[in-house]
Design a protein around this ligand. Structure first.
Ligand code: CU
Length: 238
């Protein structure tokens, strides 16, 4: 197409004193010649298209790089922000299955944010009233009565008690209230727990969360006189 442009340029511009009609005639000659060249020179047109395609793919690559750079920039935006993003992403869960033939089921989710762990526990098909809930030391619900989960998780060797009021086990929690519909929910934020990590006195992964048949009296040793284990789930990293 450059050749056509040059031809038109020669025909039209190199004769400054030609009349308007001569210019028109020359122009049509140029157009006719160009059409002929275009018909024969399809290859040139195609190579131009290919060039455009290449340009587009180059642009796409540059775009991808730019996106990656932006992402890197966001991640590098202060260690505090990065640490908070990492912390907010730490979650663990436990699927709670029936123990001691109760028929209870439920789910527990644990989310670590800013140095605390929030537990949200929901259960179904439980008997109405208060139920003790604890973390027990073994991530093992294999026995039908869930005794395989062992005693309360108590790495600091404290007496059993009420969280927030003096000494207590790391696995001690408030009772969960179950309604007449058999559904119960317990929400709790604990600053002595962590999801993962080398510190076994705070890491809740591979502990068992146990729901008991009765309420915890927060006094009786070693386990608050909470009765049978009616639900059990192993805490795993999500
Ligand atoms: Cu217990």
């Amino acid at each position: 197409m450059c050749i056509c442009y040059k031809l038109q340029h020669i025909f039209i511009s190199n004769k400054p004193k030609t009349t308007f009609m001569n210019k028109i005639t020359s122009f049509f000659y140029a157009v006719a010649l160009c059409s002929l060249l275009a018909a024969c020179g399809g290859n040139e047109t195609r190579s131009v298209d290919q060039d455009n395609t290449n340009e587009q793919s180059t642009d796409a690559t540059v775009g991808a790089n730019a996106t990656a750079d932006t992402t890197t920039g966001m991640m590098a935006e202060g260690d505090t922000t990065g640490a908070m993003m990492m912390a907010a992403g730490k979650t663990a869960e436990a699927t709670i299955s029936s123990a001691s033939g109760s028929g209870l089921s439920g789910k527990a989710t644990f989310t670590e944010t800013g140095g605390t762990v929030k537990l949200v526990l929901t259960v179904e098909n439980a008997t109405p009233g208060p139920h003790a809930v604890h973390l027990h030391q073994n991530g093992d619900c294999s026995k039908p009565d869930a005794t395989s989960a062992g005693p309360h998780w108590n790495p600091t060797k404290n007496p059993h008690g009420k969280r927030g009021e003096g000494q207590h086990h790391a696995g001690d929690m408030p009772n969960m209230e179950v309604g007449q519909d058999g559904k119960g929910k317990l929400e709790l934020t604990v600053n002595e727990w962590k999801i993962g990590g080398a510190d076994t006195t705070v890491n809740i992964i591979n502990k068992a969360i146990i729901v008991h048949a009765k309420a915890d009296d927060y006094k009786s040793q070693p386990a608050g006189n909470a009765g049978d284990r009616v639900g059990c789930g192993v805490i795993t990293m999500k």
